[in-house]
Design a protein around this ligand. Structure first.
Ligand code: AMP
Ligand code: MG
Ligand code: MG
Length: 258
């Protein structure tokens, strides 16, 4: 019997606990938020026309428990673009999303109401609460779990959804007005600029799982990255808030990471 096997048999070697994703597991502590909803939209795009109004074609969200580092619930919908209903070949190649998938999807308005229902269920089933500007942490009862949104960069909630809702005059759920930008948080916490989400994972020795630019895979990998950063001691805080002041939307940058 090898020394390693013998040591294992005698219980002298600590078994490394691994999650299904292959990332080291341990309980995370000292976080402000008990849960994070990680979002990563895919949208219409073209090789050269960058200033076209982009429309969401994939709307995924994953609920990350910040104590366990595990994903507990997922929301996923393909969305029909209406301003430019036919996807460019470039867009299908980049995202892997096909014309058939978006045609089987729903318009953004319906997607948003399904998303609202998913969020309401989380509130009922898990006690998840989204704090707004008027509330402080002490306003929450112990059974309520503080939660906020998290994305890789400000593009998803600060640009893409924001402008599409404005153009289409859709009511954007209020909860989507503040979020954590993991990209700027990562830059500050590790003092380096990673090459995209994949580069950020690679720099930490984590392999991207699934297909890059698939919204659901991007959201799951962003959640894995957030879990790793919390294990490394990063306390995740809201970095961006959109506020309505006399009917006008303004943006404010909150203190990013201490
Ligand atoms: P991502 O979350 O990185 O997959 O990007 C979100 C969206 O940004 C994609 O669905 C595209 O609409 C757009 N996008 C990302 N990368 C590119 C690129 N290299 N060229 C054009 N558009 C892109
Ligand atoms: Mg993205
Ligand atoms: Mg993506």
């Amino acid at each position: 019997m090898s020394t390693r096997k013998l040591a294992k048999k005698l219980g002298l070697l600590r078994q490394r606990s691994q999650s299904t994703s292959g990332v080291k597991k341990s309980v995370i502590s000292n976080q402000i938020f008990s849960y994070l909803v990680v979002i990563d939209f895919e949208s219409t795009c073209w090789r050269e026309k960058n200033n076209y109004g982009q429309e969401i074609i994939e709307f995924p969200a994953v609920l990350l428990n910040t104590s366990s580092g595990e994903v507990e619930s997922e929301f996923h919908t393909y969305v029909q673009p209406q301003e430019h209903p036919v996807l460019s070949n470039f867009c299908t190649e980049l995202t892997g999303i096909t014309q058939v998938q978006v045609e089987a999807g729903v318009p953004l308005q319906i997607c948003l109401s399904r998303f609202n229902r998913w969020v309401q269920n989380l509130q009922l089933e898990k006690g998840v609460m989204f704090p707004n500007k008027q509330q402080t942490c002490s306003a929450f009862s112990p059974s309520q779990k503080m939660c906020t949104f998290l994305t890789w960069s400000d593009w998803d909630l600060g640009v893409c959804l924001q402008y599409e809702c404005k153009r289409k005059q859709l009511l954007k759920p209020d909860v989507l007005n503040s979020w954590i930008d993991l990209r700027s948080t990562y830059r500050l916490f590790y003092s380096r600029k990673p090459k995209g989400l994949n580069g950020a994972l690679q720099d930490l020795g984590i392999q991207f799982s699934g297909r890059e630019h698939s919204g659901l895979d991007d959201a799951r990998n962003t959640a894995r990255l957030a879990a790793r950063m919390m294990r490394d001691g990063c306390v995740l805080k809201i970095t961006r808030s959109l506020e309505t002041v006399s009917g006008y939307l303004t943006t404010s940058l909150k203190n990013p990471v201490s």
